[in-house]
Design a binder for this molecule. Structure first.
Ligand code: HEM
Length: 106
């Protein structure tokens, strides 16, 4: 849905302080998010993740829609002691939209 993706691009403004997406994206405070939807957590090559996220990866955690939605609502509810210092997106519509936007970089 192109409208949802466009809405998600606007929501992503809140993420840009720390994350990049697209062809020339580079790791910043947070990892490049290309390909993250549906992938195992903590897999962006060359990014120094927290021990907490690496442990979740070892346990086989995947960024499926439900997990990503919960993480974006409240990062530390999902990755306790993770390093994403983001207050979270309170609006379910915003989360839905930003996930749709991220999926376009898969
Ligand atoms: C990790 C998304 C905002 C810093 C992640 C991951 C996702 C994500 C999906 C997991 C990446 C992976 O497993 O490869 C988002 C979205 C945001 C947002 C969609 C906006 C709605 C922010 C902001 C910051 C930030 C504002 C900085 C203040 C980080 C860091 C990590 C991370 C440092 C790595 C966490 C760790 O190693 O525990 N983010 N993020 N993010 N994000 Fe964000």
């Amino acid at each position: 849905d192109p409208k949802l993706v466009a809405a998600g691009e606007k929501v992503f403004a809140e993420c840009k302080a720390c994350h990049q997406v697209g062809e020339s994206a580079k790791h910043r405070v947070g990892p490049v998010l290309n390909g993250v939807v549906g992938r195992q957590v903590g897999q962006a090559e060359g990014f120094n993740y927290s021990p907490a996220i690496r442990k979740a990866a070892e346990q086989g955690m995947i960024w499926d829609h439900a997990t990503l939605d919960a993480y974006l609502a409240s990062p530390r509810s999902v990755i306790e002691k993770g390093r994403m210092s983001f207050q979270g997106l309170r609006s379910e519509d915003d989360r839905e939209a930003v996930i749709a936007y991220l999926r376009t970089f898969n």
